[in-house]
Design a protein around this ligand. Structure first.
Ligand SMILES: [Zn+2]
Length: 301
């Protein structure tokens, strides 16, 4: 059985390599707050995805130098920590206890943990793994993060805002939902968390939908120029997808990698407009030359 779109996106995020230790802590906090449970003397995370539980344990060991054991219960893989000293350290590091010294757990995002942009993204990665569901784009555009805790939902939607992601907030069955139905925002968030394959899949669905609309337009007697630009862009995006599935976009020479990302971001811009977006700007023939090299690499990939 093919894995769900949501699961494929999460598997990509699980494979994302975290370079900085600051980001490891932020991602761990995101996973714990959105996907786990915390009390005064216990920390726990359970998932049907064994790789997700393993990732949690690996990050935990990296940040707190302590190995949590996992166990399997039916279809769930559970990581549970019952060591009081370590739990206390976690609560302190993630600022999950009342600053006035009370014992109450407060599930909020510590500003210290997400001060840097790299760490903001890392927290979103953790929240994505722990609490996100994303609908298959061929059905609908919808990404949502779910939590029981209103304060956490508010903090998180503010954090997404700081990264320029516009989301809405709502409630369902006593849970807070932070959501977006905007395909561009979803694509941007997928890229920010490192789910490039899922982003590409969504872009392809979008392009195909737009292409179909465009074809209807020309059938209706309107200009075919739009169709031409779109079908060129579709070819380019398919080539970029091929490269991503082969050698990986990130392994392209710098100038081609930048062009690939620019095309992904501005999927239906004509080459002249694409060139204008670079600093310094590129001429149309400059972009066209680079695009040819990119397509050649895709052919050989
Ligand atoms: Zn960081």
């Amino acid at each position: 059985m093919q894995k769900s779109y949501s699961r494929r996106a999460k598997d990509e995020v699980l494979n994302f390599e975290i370079k900085n230790n600051c980001c490891a802590a932020a991602q761990l906090a995101g996973m714990l707050l959105f996907g786990g449970s915390v009390s005064e003397n216990k920390i726990r995370l359970a998932s049907e995805n064994s790789a997700l539980t393993e990732k949690f344990c690996a990050l935990f060991e990296r940040v707190f130098l302590y190995k949590i054991e996992t166990r399997q219960e039916k279809n769930f893989y559970t990581a549970e920590l019952c060591n009081k000293d370590i739990t206390e350290r976690v609560l302190k590091t993630f600022a999950l206890t009342d600053p006035s010294g009370g014992r109450l757990i407060r599930r909020r995002i510590s500003p210290d943990l997400v001060r840097k942009k790299c760490c903001k993204r890392a927290f979103v990665r953790g929240a994505f793994l722990g609490g996100a569901t994303i609908v298959d784009p061929s059905r609908n555009y919808n990404l949502e993060f779910v939590t029981h805790f209103r304060g956490l939902a508010r903090d998180f939607s503010e954090l997404l805002g700081e990264l320029s992601f516009k989301t809405g907030m709502g409630e369902r069955a006593g849970n807070c939902i932070i959501y977006t139905k905007n395909s561009e925002t979803i694509c941007d968030i997928l890229a920010a968390v490192g789910a490039y394959g899922a982003q590409m899949e969504m872009l392809n669905v979008k392009i195909e939908k737009e292409l179909r609309n465009g074809m209807n337009r020309s059938v209706n007697g309107e200009t075919a120029n739009y169709d031409k630009a779109v079908s060129a862009a579709v070819k380019q995006l398919k080539a970029i997808e091929k490269i991503e599935n082969g050698m990986g976009i990130k392994n392209l020479p710098d100038d081609l990698r930048d062009l690939a990302y620019m095309r992904i971001k501005h999927k239906d811009a004509p080459l002249s407009e694409l060139g204008a977006l670079f600093t310094p700007p590129l001429t149309k023939s400059g972009v066209s030359h680079r695009m040819k090299r990119l397509m050649d690499i895709a052919d050989k990939n």
